[in-house]
Design a protein around this ligand. Structure first.
Ligand code: GLY
Length: 562
């Protein structure tokens, strides 16, 4: 069975060797983002003659203002860009970095136990933000319009305000119940000590000023100025260990994306410090070792789950910041490694966790909606897939008083102690331990698919589950799914530890559920999760389709779309 599909794959590989798609092939643009105001602002930039990278800067900045629970200038992100003119894809790593005063055991008590909330709440949980540097870098190196123009829509929305909506209020309710929110945070989002009503205008004047500083002085304004000193002073007063040099030395890194050949198509996706690309490559390579396309639903689900289990185990043991540790990427994404792993799969039974792997996996918290993804295709075929985050709902729950920045709590994505689960229940080894100036491992997975059908640009929020959501969308695309189906299809997830399959209602029929249980899997139905944003382009018709996840639709905004 293994060999048959290998042959099929080989035959299908011819497309990836084909000519690059030319700009003339594109007749329409598409943007999918988590908020209508961000999508609208992005389209306006394209209308004014901006390219996909200009629009990416605008959409990113607007999301930072209107979706403050997901991402923002106090956090970081990954920008996967493709330039048609250069026929080149690049990955801009704007991940936060640990402060230089950080150390491996900084979130442990005197007994060596993890101080669970220390890496989640307040300024000590916050890495050095990367998103402002990304806005500057993308606009200056890849865009065609000045940064100050690209940031105007975000500045206006921060200064004049935007109407509160259900999802924002839900996020505030969760945040208020689950953590300490800083006084400035409350003053902005809960004036008079009350949650806002739908439609109530939320203004962020300090954030508007911060955006203005970035608009006029770029990287230097944010990372190396009097403004920076004030931010650091305020953060340190409330427990941060940030230093001025941490900001001065911060820069984004352009990295080569991971490319995967699958069923004759090329996938371009996120390299470390994202774990997304390598984990997806391993899963796809494993399932390619089987006659996957002819399997019944139950067998197929079992195979995907077993592949997820193995790839997430690799994630836990091998992945970390490639600037600090050796990550064996070529081995992890190789066909040989996948074959070795595939040969350990029993198609009749779930693989029990080995006694050496009895690590401390616990169930993750709800992780459906924080972090934000958007996808852009411009009229010339340039593409942007961007995932940005402040980690959990409203990050650390701490807002810097004079800059209006909500600080990330990305330090929780490090391993506070080897193989102790983080907020997402994910375990990591020494590769992802805390070191000064190191980037913490991420699951964010902005991705392009280029096939004989056309293109897809995709990604989603969702913590540890980002990777399996992107994987399932890729598989849906190869099953013939369009953008709508890629965003709407039901989801399931296995992350090695805890050893449980989590799935959305109606993902599996009763028969499949029974089959999986009989094979020894533990299953847990959970509420729906994710907020996938997909843009597709069809080769033959030239049709562009943009689709936002039905799970994340924000109602009540009357906006004309293209
Ligand atoms: N903070 C979530 C991630 O980067 O994976």
């Amino acid at each position: 069975m293994l060999k048959i599909l290998r042959l099929l794959l080989f035959v299908n590989l011819t497309f990836t060797c084909g000519e690059p798609i030319q700009a003339e092939s594109f007749k329409a643009a598409g943007i999918a983002s988590a908020h209508p105001l961000a999508t609208k602002a992005g389209y306006e930039i394209l209308e004014q003659g901006g390219n996909a990278f200009d629009a990416a800067v605008t959409v990113s900045a607007v999301l930072s203002v209107v979706e403050p629970y997901s991402s923002g200038l106090g956090g970081g992100g990954f920008f996967l860009l493709h330039s048609v003119e250069k026929n080149e894809s690049i990955f801009i790593d704007a991940r936060e970095k640990a402060p230089s005063m950080a150390n491996r055991d900084m979130y442990l008590d005197e007994n060596g136990d993890v101080l669970r909330t220390a890496s989640l709440n307040g300024p000590l949980a916050s890495g050095i933000p990367g998103l402002p540097a990304a806005l500057h870098h993308v606009a200056n190196k890849h865009g065609s319009m000045p940064l100050y123009k690209l940031l105007q829509p975000a500045i206006v929305l921060a200064r004049n305000g935007f109407p509160a909506y259900e999802r924002l209020i839900t996020a505030l309710t969760v945040a208020e119940r689950s953590r300490t929110l800083s006084p400035k945070f409350k003053a902005v989002f809960m004036p008079n000590g009350k949650l806002p009503n739908v439609g109530e205008v939320i203004k962020q004047p300090e954030l508007a000023k911060t955006l203005e500083i970035i608009a006029s002085s770029g990287q230097e304004g944010f990372y190396s100025s009097f403004f920076t000193e004030t931010m650091i002073e305020e953060a340190r007063e409330d427990g941060s260990i940030w230093l001025a040099d941490d900001f001065k030395n911060y820069s984004v890194v352009e990295r080569e994306p991971i490319t995967i050949n699958f069923l004759g198509a090329q996938l371009t996706t996120a390299p470390p410090p994202s774990s997304g690309g390598t984990t997806i490559a391993t899963i796809l390579n494993i399932i390619s070792e089987f006659d996957f396309s002819r399997m019944d639903t139950s067998t197929r689900a079992h195979l995907i789950i077993e592949a997820m289990r193995r790839a997430y185990r690799d994630r836990a043991f091998y992945l970390g910041d490639p600037d600090f540790v050796d990550v064996p990427i070529s081995k992890l994404i190789s066909k040989e490694h996948a074959l070795d792993l595939a040969q350990t799969i029993d198609m009749e039974a779930a693989t029990p966790i080995h006694k050496d792997d009895q690590l401390d996996g616990k169930l993750a918290w709800n992780e459906g909606a924080h972090t934000s993804h958007f996808s852009i295709l411009d009229m010339n075929g340039n593409r942007a897939a961007v995932t940005q985050t402040i980690n959990t709902w409203f990050g650390s729950g701490y807002m810097l008083p004079s800059s209006g920045l909500i600080l990330n709590n990305e330090m929780d994505d490090f391993s506070a102690k080897p193989f102790a689960p983080n907020r997402y229940g994910l375990v990591h080894g020494e590769q992802n331990s805390i070191q000064p100036n190191k980037r913490m491992l991420s699951s964010m997975t902005p991705t392009f698919i280029e096939s004989d059908r056309g293109l897809a640009i995709l990604g989603t929020p969702g913590g540890a589950r980002i990777i399996t959501m992107v994987l399932l969308s890729i598989l849906d695309y190869f099953d013939g799914g369009d953008a709508k189906s890629m965003t709407a299809s039901k989801r399931f997830h296995h992350q090695f530890l805890p050893d449980v399959i989590r799935y959305e209602k109606d993902t599996f029929s009763d028969e499949v559920l029974k089959g999986l249980e009989t094979k020894g899997h533990t299953l847990q139905e959970i509420s729906s999760y994710g907020n996938m944003q997909v843009v597709t382009w069809e080769n033959e018709s030239g049709k562009v389709e943009s689709s936002s996840d039905p799970r994340g639709i924000i109602e009540g905004y009357d906006i004309d779309f293209y």
